[in-house]
Design a protein around this ligand. Structure first.
Ligand code: TRP
Length: 367
């Protein structure tokens, strides 16, 4: 491996590289409008609990928009990724079924899109073996996202899977030959890793016809989403109890927002730097209503934090109401949710088997 590719991996979240990724994402967005059939997207989530607004505004809403613009959309329930940094899987079955319900309620259409899960796709997982031979240990140790995830586990030892899951994630993306991955900034190192693996595979086992690589070079599609905070002004996370889950009731939503942290100044203004908590509530209201956060702030003005919280509550509950209704109905029909997942897994297995056959052939292991 060349030192320049190691650097590319380590610096894939640097400012210059982030700016490039954003610029590239804008170009891709135009290309999608011109011809959505050129793209296949793959994204995924770890089934570790219920989806919340951070997931929705961060990626889920964007996936639905891409699907509706005509892009072939693959959504992965990353059940094997759950065991990277913890001992057990928790109530995994319920979580997986809930995640499928969240997806469909949010607008992922199982007729057009493919929803599937890791543990049901053997050929996807088998790609991990040849892919692992294409990365170095030092490269794995240098991945900044894995590093910060390990730090967040408070002294837990790095498991073999934790160290190598970015390679497994490359298999997620490459098995279905996705060329576009709509993700947040934290996933950029993983995407760089996937590109390096695709490149190295073709270099090592390349077909005679170099114009037909086995794998595409997947690109990130960064969506323009501001960093959302939890209702207490700290990082949004389920364990802090500062999130609003898609499946919560309108009353639970109102209760959480009532307790939301604000500041001592009565006049409401949008100023993310100096007034992070108030601005975060304004941003939530803006994302839910489509209104500019400055305009909302002006409307509320001297009516203070109580009025702001009421505004956010109404805007979020109005936006979430139809989703919640669909979700409740879906959860009552577990058989349907399982049938969606099975149909998605059938499609994913077909694709994974075809890709593995190509890989075997390239590696001359097709006996
Ligand atoms: N690592 C992602 C997360 O924690 C989930 C994920 C798994 C993923 N496989 C993926 C995202 C493939 C994009 C592409 O959120």
């Amino acid at each position: 491996m060349t030192s320049s590719s190691e650097e590319a991996l380590a610096h894939s979240t640097s400012e210059a590289s982030l700016a490039r990724s954003k610029e590239r994402s804008a170009q891709i967005d135009i290309a999608i409008t011109e011809d959505p059939s050129r793209f296949r997207i793959l994204t995924g989530d770890r089934p570790t609990g219920h989806l919340h607004l951070g997931h929705y505004f961060g990626t889920l809403r964007n996936r639905v928009l891409l699907q509706n613009r005509g892009v072939d959309t693959w959504v992965l329930v990353a059940d094997y990724q759950v065991i990277t940094d913890r001992d057990g899987v928790g109530p995994i079955r319920e979580r997986v079924i809930n995640l499928v319900a969240d997806y469909i309620a949010a607008g992922i259409d199982p007729e057009r899109s493919t929803i599937f899960n890791h543990s049901a796709i053997p050929a996807l997982n088998q790609l991990l073996l040849p892919f692992l031979s294409l990365v170095t240990e030092s490269e794995l140790h240098r991945n900044p996202t894995v590093k910060s995830e390990l730090e967040a586990t408070n002294g837990r030892a790095m498991s073999g899977l934790m160290l190598t899951y970015p390679v497994h994630q490359a298999a997620d993306i490459l098995f279905c030959k996705a060329n576009l991955v709509p993700v947040g900034q934290d996933q950029l190192p993983h995407l760089e890793q996937a590109r390096l693996i695709a490149q190295r595979f073709d270099k090592r086992y390349g077909r005679a016809d170099a114009s037909r690589p086995v794998f595409p070079r997947p690109e990130a599609l960064l969506s323009e989403v501001p960093l959302l905070l939890g209702t207490d002004g700290t990082k949004m996370s389920k364990s802090r109890g500062n999130t609003i889950e898609l499946g919560m009731s309108a009353d639970e939503t109102a209760k959480i927002l009532k307790k939301a942290k604000t500041d001592a100044e009565r006049h409401i203004s949008y100023d993310p730097l100096n007034r992070p908590e108030v601005s975060n509530l304004l941003m939530l209201a803006s994302l839910a209503s489509g209104e500019d956060p400055h305009v909302i702030a002006e409307q509320i003005g001297d009516k203070g934090a109580g009025a702001l919280k009421m505004y956010v509550t109404d805007a979020l509950n109005a936006m979430l109401a139809p989703m919640r209704e669909r979700r409740a109905e879906l959860i009552a029909h577990e058989d349907y949710l399982l049938s969606v997942l099975r149909a998605g897994n059938d499609r994913a297995n077909e694709q994974a088997n075809a890709t593995l056959a190509e890989v075997r052939q390239a590696m001359q292991m097709n006996y």
